[in-house]
Design a binder for this molecule. Structure first.
Ligand code: CUA
Length: 314
């Protein structure tokens, strides 16, 4: 219990009570409304309970036949709950409609394909990336959500409610961030061994910064240094990953064309630095047991030039 409470204090854990966009603000308002109503009902019920306990202690027995036709029972047991529940239902329906795809019209649509256990992001200009979703601030962005395997769930608590990626189906959602920032997202539907480590980040940027980023992301990879590129093509790496502009075009794993540009590795769980990149290549199972990526057997020299090459992909 203490651990659970402490876990909620982790600075990186996003809270729906710290909304950073209009959709999340609606979710927060609904949360507070439900909390206050539930608190009021709880206090009233506890109040009645106390009265009953005190009366029984003082042996004040009120001889009164209580039947279903009693006006108090009708009011407190039927009318009041019905009014509260119908009211909350109407407010929730209104919010659900506003938060759904039909709630806002967006100029940009991004495609997010969920895989066991990572996220593939496709931009309208052809750029493909993984695990970091860039969006412009101050406008709704339409997300087309697909699954490549099992059911996953897309949740960025500070920006929107959650919605499932369902196999064989397209689901839609809009995301909007008020301010530039990095907002953590998480798969919210159990999808296998590494479900808990299926995270991602939404990077919200000023619209002109976003446009520039998206333009750069659509470009082919930087070609130098060539040695590392050859190691990549001749090892198992190229069997799963694409680097646009080279002969590596596989789509089993994340597109690595601009890997150096990402702040995290392995679906948001470790910082993208040279040491972690080395561990991901040589011993991925130690970081993410069950991940589809096999260890890559390389000499020290090959590993060094491969790391140089991958770090240069920005
Ligand atoms: Cu993907 Cu849980």
């Amino acid at each position: 219990m203490c651990l659970l409470a402490l876990a909620a204090c982790d600075g990186d854990a996003p809270s729906i009570l710290e909304p950073r966009g209009p959709a999340a603000s609606r979710v927060e308002s609904l949360w507070w409304l439900l909390l206050w109503i539930a608190t009021a009902v709880f206090l009233v019920v506890v109040g009645f309970l106390l009265v009953a306990v005190l009366r029984s202690r003082r042996r004040v027995i009120v001889e009164r036949e209580v039947s279903w036709g009693d006006p108090f029972i009708i009011f407190a047991g039927v009318v009041l709950p019905a009014v509260i529940l119908i009211g909350v239902f109407i407010v929730a329906l209104r919010d659900m409609s506003d938060l759904s795809e039909r709630g806002r019209t967006a100029d940009i649509t991004l495609e997010v394909v969920s895989h066991d256990w990572w996220w593939e992001i496709r931009y309208p200009n052809g750029a493909i990336s993984a695990n970091e979703i860039h969006i412009p601030t101050g406008e709704p962005v339409r997300m087309k959500l697909l699954s490549a395997d099992v059911i996953h769930s897309f949740w960025v608590p500070q920006l929107q409610g959650k919605i499932d990626h369902v196999t064989g189906r397209e689901n839609y959602l809009w995301l909007e961030a008020d301010e530039p920032g990095r907002y953590r997202g998480q798969c919210a539907e159990f999808c296998g061994l590494q479900h808990a480590k299926m995270a991602f980040y939404v990077v919200a940027e000023e619209p002109d910064v976003f446009e520039e980023w998206m333009g750069g992301e659509a470009e082919d990879a930087a070609t130098a240094p060539v040695d590392g590129g050859e190691v990549f093509l001749n090892s198992t790496c190229a069997g799963c990953h694409a680097i646009r502009g080279t002969e590596a075009t596989a789509t089993v794993g994340p597109d690595l064309t601009h890997l150096g540009d990402r702040e995290t590795l392995f679906s948001g769980i470790i910082p993208n630095d040279r040491d972690n990149l080395e561990r991901v290549i040589t011993d991925p199972q130690s970081i993410k047991p069950g991940v589809a990526m096999p260890p890559t057997d390389l000499t020290d020299d090959e590993l060094a030039v491969l790391l140089d090459y991958l770090e240069g992909l920005d």
